[in-house]
Design a binder for this molecule. Structure first.
Ligand code: NAD
Length: 296
C-alpha cells in the first residue's frame, strides 16, 4: 500500500533509508538542515519539504533519523515541537539511537495528543541502509508495532519487537556496546599479528574461520587494504562516526549505572573512543580505532 511519509534527517543512514521508501512506491516528503542532501533525495523522486513542519503535515507516517536525544526532543517537544501540528492519525517512528528515557518522554507527550509512537533504532550500518536490509529494534505497543511493520519492511529485513516504548533503545545500546568491544578487540588482535610479521588479510581469513570470528572481522574489517569496500580502505570515511559511537557508549554507561550493571569491557571501550575523539578523529568511521594500536 502506498503511503504518504514524512522523513526528517537524511544523513549517512536517513538518506538511503528514505531513498528505499521512494523506491517502494511511497510518496516521501523529506527534510534535513543540510539542503544538499534534500536536493539529492528530490533527484531520486522524493518531495523536498521546506522545513520540518512541512514534511510532517498531512502524512500517514513520520520518520526521524537524527544524531542524538537533544535533536529528537527539540524536533517533537516544546512550544515549537511537531507535537502541535501532527494529525492525530499519524504514526511517528523515531529511528535515531537515543536514550530510552527520552524516547519514553517523546512517546508520552505524543500519546497525550493522540499520536502513535514507536522507537525503532537500527543496526546494519550504511551498507544495510542502502541495501534495505537493516535490522529494526522496535519499542512500542502491539497495535503501533503492527502499524509500523510494513513501513519498516520497505527499509529492512529483520524487525524485532523488543517491548514497550524505550525497549528498542535499550536493546540497541546493548548491541552497540558489544560492537565497540568487538571492534577494539579485532583491531588489537590484527595489529599484534602485523607486529609479529603476519599479513592482515591472511590473519583475517584464519580468524574468520576460527573461534575469533565476529561481524567486524568478517564484514567491516578495520585494517586498511583487507577489504576493498570498508571505511578502513577509504581513509576511514564514515560509515558510522566515532562521535556517534562515543555517544552510544555514553548512553550504555548511563543505562549500566541506572541498573547497577557491571560493564568493565564497555567502560574500557568508552574510554578508548573518547581518546580517539580527543585525537581529532570524531568525524572518522568508528573502525578508525585500529589507528590507536598502530605503531605508525
Ligand atoms: P548523520 O550525522 O550522518 O546524519 C544526521 C542528519 O540529521 C544530518 O544530515 C543532519 O543535518 C540532520 N539533522 C540534525 N538535526 C536536524 C534537525 N533538527 N532537522 C533536520 N535534520 C537534522 O548521522 P547518521 O550516521 O545518519 O546517524 C543517525 C542516527 O542513526 C544516529 O542516532 C546514529 O547513532 C544512528 N545509527 C547510525 C549508524 C551508522 O552506521 N551511521 C548505524 C546505526 C544507527
Amino acid at each position: 500500500m502506498s503511503l504518504s511519509i514524512g522523513f526528517i534527517g537524511l544523513g549517512n543512514m536517513g538518506g538511503p533509508m528514505a531513498a528505499n521508501l521512494v523506491k517502494a512506491g511511497h510518496q516521501v516528503k523529506v527534510f534535513d538542515l543540510n539542503q544538499s542532501v534534500v536536493n539529492d533525495l528530490a533527484n531520486k523522486g522524493a518531495i523536498a519539504a521546506i522545513d520540518a513542519k512541512h514534511s510532517a503535515s498531512d502524512v500517514d507516517v513520520l520518520i526521524s533519523m537524527l544524531p542524538a536525544s537533544k535533536h529528537v526532543k527539540s524536533l517533537y517537544l516544546g512550544e515549537t515541537g511537531l507535537v502541535h501540528i501532527l494529525a492525530k492519525s499519524t504514526l511517528v517512528i523515531d529511528c535515531s539511537t537515543i536514550d530510552a528515557a527520552s524516547a519514553r518522554d517523546v512517546g508520552a507527550e505524543l500519546s497525550e495528543h493522540g499520536i502513535d509512537f514507536v522507537d525503532a533504532p537500527v543496526s546494519g550500518g550504511v551498507a544495510g541502509a542502502t541495501a534495505g536490509t537493516l535490522t529494526f529494534i522496535v519499542g512500542g505497543g502491539d497495535e503501533q508495532f503492527a502499524k509500523a511493520q510494513p513501513v519498516l519492511a520497505d527499509m529492512g529485513k529483520n524487525i524485532f519487537h523488543a517491548g514497550d516504548i524505550g525497549a528498542g533503545q535499550v536493546a540497541k545500546i546493548c548491541n552497540n556496546m558489544l560492537l565497540s568491544i568487538l571492534m577494539a578487540g579485532t583491531s588489537e588482535a590484527l595489529q599484534m599479528g602485523i607486529n609479529n610479521g603476519l599479513d592482515p588479510k591472511v590473519l583475517s581469513d584464519i580468524m574468520t574461520a576460527s573461534s575469533g570470528r565476529n561481524w567486524t572481522l568478517e564484514l567491516y574489517n578495520p585494517c586498511p587494504g583487507v577489504m576493498d569496500t570498508t571505511p578502513a580502505s577509504n581513509d576511514y570515511k564514515p560509515g558510522f562516526m566515532v562521535d556517534l559511537m562515543a555517544k552510544d557508549l555514553g548512553l550504555a554507561m548511563e543505562a549500566a549505572q541506572q541498573s547497577n550493571s557491571s560493564t568493565p569491557m564497555g567502560s574500557m571501550a568508552k574510554n578508548l573512543y573518547t581518546m580517539l575523539q580527543h585525537q581529532g578523529a570524531g568525524s572518522e568511521d568508528f573502525s578508525a580505532i585500529f589507528k590507536l594500536f598502530s605503531k605508525e
